[in-house]
Design a protein around this ligand. Sequence first.
Ligand SMILES: Cc1ncc(COP(=O)(O)O)c(C=O)c1O
Length: 472
Amino acid sequence: MTLLYQEIANRLHQYIDAGLYKTGERLPGVRLLSQQFGVSVSTIVQAQRQLENEGTLEARPRSGYYICERPWIKPDLPSASTPPQRPMPVTGQELSLHLARVVNQEDFIQLGAAVPHASFLPMRALQRSLNKVVRNYDNRAANYAFPPGLPVLQQQIARRMLTSGERVRPEDILITNGGHEALTLALRTVAQVGDIIAIESPTFYGLLQVIDSLGMKALEIPTDPQTGISLPALELALEQWPIKACVLIPNFHNPLGCLLSDADKQALVKLAHKHRVPLIEDDIYADLAYNAERPRSLHSFDPQQVIYCSSFSKTIAQGLRLGWMLLPPPDLERATYFKYVTNLAAPTLSQLSIADYLEHGGHERYLRQVQLQYQQQVSLFARTLNKYLPEGTRLSQPKGGFVLWVELPKGLDTLALAHRMLEHKVSIAPGCLFTASTKYTNCIRINCAQPWSPAVEKALISLGHECLRLRP
Ligand SMILES: Cc1ncc(COP(=O)(O)O)c(C=O)c1O
C-alpha cells in the first residue's frame, strides 16, 4: 500500500523529471505545497524527507529544499568495529581538554566537540525563564538545592518522561551537574577501581574519561554504525570477563548516530539480567530523532536492570550544567550520597530556570523544529564532506543527533590532521579519542550543529586539502 506522503513524493518526482522544477531551483515552501496538493504540512514534510533521503532534494538550513544538481549517491558506511577483545586502561584523553578549550574561542570554526551552537538552542524562551527566576530571586534561589534536587524540576522531568512512555515518580529523579556527572555517579555506584566496564566501540570520549578518572578498565565491544552494539559479541564478553557494568548509548549514539532496535533493546536487558550486570544507559540524544519519534529507552524495558542518565546539554543549554538519572532503590540512595559528597548540590538557579522553561517555554515545539534543522545540517555536511574528502571516505548515516563519523582512507593520520586544522582555526575530533585502543586513527567526528556559512564550507574545503597533503 502506498502511503499518502509516498504518493506526494512520487508526484513531486514526476514534476522534477518533467522539468517543472529545475536543477538548483528552490522547491516551493511547505505551506504552498500543502495547499497545492490538498494535504497536511506534515505530509509534505515527510515527502520532502523521502526525496532528500533518496538524493533528489537537498536541504539548505533556514532556506528550504533545493533540487539536486546530480543524484546524491551516499558513500559507504564506516566498517563495523573490531576492537581488541581485552579490557584496557584508558589513556591519552588529555588531548580532549585542548578541544574543549577551543569551544570558547570565537574565531574558531568548532567542528570538534559535540556542542550545539547557541543559534540552535531555545535561547529566547530560556532567557525569559532566567529573567523571571532572577527577578524573583529569593531565599529559595539563594539556597543549596540538596540532592536529589528541586521538586519543581523533578516534576517537570517526570512529566516529560511520561511523553516517552516512562512512568517515573518525581522523587526518584536525581538531578546532576550534567550527563557527565550522572555517568560518573552511576559507575561509582555499581563498580570500583580496577573493575571492567563494557562499552560500545567507538564511544563518546567523555565516557572514557569517566572510566579513566575512576581507575576502571574499558572493554570495547564491536559496534555496527547502523544497528549498534553486537549482542553476540557482548554475550561472549560477559561469559569471558567479570564485567561489572555495561554503559551504552542506544539512541543516536555518539559518535556513530546509530539506533538500537526495540527487539535488540529487549534482548539486551534480558542478557544483562541473565548475567546480573547492570546496564547504564546514556540517553542524552533521544529527543533529537529525525523522524520526530522519540525511541524507547532501555530503562523502559526493565527499570530494575537499567540506570538511566540524561541531560539538557543537547536540547536546552550545556552551560547550565544540568542532567538527571534514575536508579533502582538501593542504588538511588548510594548515588544520592555520592552526589552530595562530591559537590553538595546541582546549581539552584539552573534548576529553577529549566523547570520554568519546561513548563512555559514551548519545548516540544522547539524540539520539532530543531530535529528538522539537525537533519538538514547533517545532510548538508555529509554532501559537502563527500565532495571534498578523498575518494574511499566513508560516512555514517545518523538517524538523529548532530554528529557525523567519518572514516578516511587507511593510513591517514587524523591526529596530525586535527593539529593541521587548528592552524586553519578549525577544530575536529580525531578518532583516537573515541577508544582506549589504538583503533580509529583514520577517523574523525564532525559536529554539524554549526550554522552554515561560507566560512564553514571553507573549513570543509581545507579539511579536504589537508587530507590530500597527509595521504600516505
Ligand atoms: C553521549 C554523551 N553523553 C554525555 C555527555 C555529557 O554531557 P553533559 O554536558 O550533560 O555533561 C555528552 C556530551 O557531549 C555526550 O555526547
